[in-house]
Design a protein around this ligand. Structure first.
Ligand SMILES: NC(=O)c1ccc[n+]([C@@H]2O[C@H](COP(=O)([O-])OP(=O)(O)OC[C@H]3O[C@@H](n4cnc5c(N)ncnc54)[C@H](OP(=O)(O)O)[C@@H]3O)[C@@H](O)[C@H]2O)c1
Length: 234
């Protein structure tokens, strides 16, 4: 896929820690960046962070998802539920929200869908960190697994990234990336994850792949993936 194939990219979860880093990276680059938020009062700060367009909507509403995905060529989804969501009954944006967005993106003919998931999701992850995540926030992890499966089965190029514990530390560009089963463990800066999420639609090695991601202090068994993570206008 060349730069010119993707003119407009939607960042869902744009107001979140990772999403804002994606906006900062893509904002100055030759792609129109649309941000999604449920809060109209965040319009100004999202534009300041790099969004060219802001759509206000909730991913539990298919009409909102359709408006968000209208005319986009690629989607980066960094949405997520806080732990407080575990206290109330109902579905999670990590699952149903991502699936609703995926359906809308496919209907719109988007070429690429990128999802920020988490270490511990899926049957391959059996590191101690994955087990701790699963025990603490199981329902959210299962919701993410459900969305991952839908993404893999959809007729769209996809990349799923499963980061370790997210930090607000500086970007290192020294992440360790491996296929599921590598049993990676450790923390990783949101800024490093955002760099991969933002580059995934333009990175050939990321097409139709799921990767575990940790920072330079993390560990694991698997063979690291060598990829030239390309941003548009590179
Ligand atoms: N925390 C960790 O250590 C960790 C580790 C691995 C993976 N992860 C995952 O990584 C992802 C990003 O985490 P983060 O901490 O950077 O994000 P975050 O700051 O928690 O932001 C989450 C975003 O999701 C959006 N959102 C929530 N519900 C929504 C809905 N119904 N419709 C539309 N948007 C919705 C929020 O947008 P608005 O409020 O503006 O609508 C917010 O921008 C999440 O999926 C998280 O589970 C986290």
């Amino acid at each position: 896929m060349t730069d010119s194939d993707i003119d407009r990219l939607l960042v869902a979860g744009a107001s979140g820690g990772t999403g804002r880093e994606v906006l900062r990276l893509l904002g100055p680059r030759p792609v129109t960046v649309r941000a999604l938020t449920r809060s109209p009062e965040r319009r100004r700060s999202l534009r300041a962070a790099g969004a060219d367009e802001v759509v206000v909507g909730d991913l539990f509403d298919p009409d909102d998802a359709r408006r968000a995905a209208e005319g986009v060529d690629a989607v980066v989804s960094a949405v997520g539920s806080g732990p407080r969501a575990l206290l109330s009954p109902g579905e999670f944006v990590d699952g149903r929200g991502n699936r609703t967005l995926l359906d809308a993106a496919v209907d719109e003919g988007a070429e690429s869908f990128v999802m920020e998931s988490a270490l511990g999701v899926g049957t391959d992850s059996a590191s101690w960190l994955g087990s701790v995540f699963d025990a603490a926030i199981g329902p959210i992890q299962w919701a993410k697994a459900d969305a991952e499966a839908a993404i893999r089965g959809a007729s769209v190029r996809h990349t799923v990234l499963r980061p370790g514990v997210l930090t607000d530390g500086p970007r290192t560009d020294e992440v360790r990336v491996a296929r599921p089963g590598a049993h990676l463990w450790g923390a990783v800066a949101r800024a490093d994850v955002a760099r991969l999420l933002a580059a995934a639609p333009w990175t050939p090695e990321a097409a139709d792949e799921t990767f575990e991601v940790v920072g330079p202090c993390g560990g694991g068994r698997g063979e690291p993936i060598a990829a030239d993570w390309r941003l548009p206008g590179h």
